[in-house]
Ligand binder design. Sequence first.
Ligand SMILES: [Zn+2]
Length: 291
Amino acid sequence: MKWEGNRESDNVEDARTGGGGFGLGGGRGIGLGTVAIALVAGWIFGINPLTILGALDGSGGAPMVQQQQAPAARPPPEDKLARFVSTVLADTEDVWREQFAQAGGTYRDPKLVLFRGAVPTACGQGASAMGPFYCPGDQKVYIDLDFYETMRTRLGAPGDFAQAYVIAHEVGHHVQNLLGITDKVDTMRGRASEVQRNALSVRLELQADCFAGVWAHHAQAARQVLEAGDVEEALNAATQIGDDTLQRKAQGTIVPESFTHGSGAQRVAWFRRGLEGGSLQQCNTFEARKL
Ligand SMILES: [Zn+2]
């Protein structure tokens, strides 16, 4: 991906160094170090960590707002990976501001929080083991950059554009939130069976993949960010983090009813659809007969 020299975002908060008022006692992987990556991977790119957090700490997952006492610092300029993330975030801002403006709306930028180990969020305590996630309650994307190492070494998903896809997917959840889709799905989830809830989750996740593709389409049109192999990197990542791939690796069998993010082929198809068409309207996974 061609990104160096492009604009960086003002919306990155660096909470990795401590002293930001988090009061967690530092340390990475608090309490979750033994969670196997296979289990963990099921939560990768999850929109809302409430469920898993509730299950882990027995609190039932009720939202709780935790205040951050001090404004978080910006990442140091020599931190290349942080600069990369910041540049990708800025690119999503440019694309989505334009898309919202064209539709007569106003895009509200999300924040992106870099953290290590654990982090308080409006959705409860976040942890690295959950993978990157978006919290609708505070409109922030959370990522522990060590996840990129996990992608490369354990999930078989290397490449900078695969890394950009992760950010774009989480920002896709933010777009869903701004469009009111997240609320609607939450309401529907409330009266659904577990199988139905999973099916709704899959549609939400595939739509976020499609939105990530829409971002890539417009980033390419406006700034020619793609290099040879980039699209393949993102498509490979989408395959590797598909529920079928993860389940096959973890348990040798596949249980489609338990999917929460969609199969690798579905994730690829929806990302590609956004990438090729560049239109939000093509990302209506909720009306699609076939995913
Ligand atoms: Zn997601």
